[in-house]
Design a protein around this ligand. Structure first.
Ligand SMILES: NC(=O)c1ccc[n+]([C@@H]2O[C@H](COP(=O)([O-])OP(=O)(O)OC[C@H]3O[C@@H](n4cnc5c(N)ncnc54)[C@H](OP(=O)(O)O)[C@@H]3O)[C@@H](O)[C@H]2O)c1
Length: 226
């Protein structure tokens, strides 16, 4: 049994990840912005009130880990937001909000929680292919693209620092997933369900090793351009 911290677990992909990991017998610690009400029926261990933009909340998360006396095997940071914008109508306050959640959120959480990781542990950060510099062929979505490109850099930088301790880090794209986040997303896509994305992301974390640390992977296994 692994001790697995999943961050942003109230809804969507992270929620499905928690349920699948719990069903296969892992000790899942679900960090939720709300109270974690959705998990009262199962065996998921919840820590509520964790807004990744809040230093006191993230300190509370670290304290929750300390009080449990756990040595974490994985941290999976999934929390994120998407705000749509276009050139000429950029809301810079909303851009700062997305940067706080999507970019600084995973850094703040991993910085606070890596002392609880064991020597062969793994860190997964769900970013987005939309944050890829090499894959940007359409423009638009300034705040989301910039914040997720920053999140990719956070993941790569964490890899360089944590691999020295034997900890592997990967940036992950879940695919195009039908969640609240994508309900207003422009264009027609063949959306997969959160449960399918969760299965792929868990598979990527299962196979992650020090040799494969420092990569950007699609949930389907494809290696993505930074
Ligand atoms: N869906 C896709 O197609 C897609 C594609 C590429 C990347 N992604 C990424 O995948 C991740 C999960 O997305 P999703 O589709 O599952 O979205 P979702 O259904 O909207 O879920 C987002 C989760 O993030 C949490 N969250 C938002 N702000 C937070 C904060 N400040 N602190 C802590 N938690 C916060 C939400 O909590 P509340 O419920 O309390 O708001 C919710 O649990 C995001 O990082 C997203 O950018 C998704």
């Amino acid at each position: 049994m692994n001790n697995i911290l999943v961050v942003g677990a109230d809804r969507g992909i992270a929620n499905a990840i928690c349920r699948q990991l719990e069903a296969r017998g892992e000790h899942v610690i679900a960090a939720c912005m709300g109270a974690g009400e959705g998990f009262t029926e199962g065996g998921v261990d919840t820590i509520g009130g964790i807004d990744v933009t809040s230093p006191p909340a993230v300190a509370k998360l670290a304290e929750g880990l300390r009080s449990r006396g756990v040595r974490l095997d994985w941290i999976l940071h999934v929390a994120g937001v998407l705000g749509l914008d276009e050139l000429g109508k950029i809301d810079y306050d909303d851009m700062r909000r997305q940067f706080e959640i999507n970019t600084l959120g995973p850094l703040r959480v991993v910085e606070a929680c890596f002392p609880f990781l064991g020597p062969n542990a793994k860190v997964g950060i769900v970013t987005s292919r939309v944050g890829s510099l090499g894959d940007n062929s359409s423009g638009g979505m300034y705040a989301y693209r910039v914040s997720k490109a920053g999140a990719n850099m956070v993941a790569l930088n964490l890899h360089h620092d944590l691999i020295k301790k034997g900890i592997s880090v990967v940036a992950l794209h879940p695919g195009m997933v039908a969640t609240d986040l994508t309900k207003d997303y422009p264009g027609n896509y063949n959306y997969i369900q959160p449960e399918d994305a969760a299965r792929g992301l868990i598979a990527r974390m299962d196979e992650l090793s020090p040799a494969a640390s420092g990569q950007f992977r699609h949930a389907n296994g494809d290696k993505l351009l930074w």
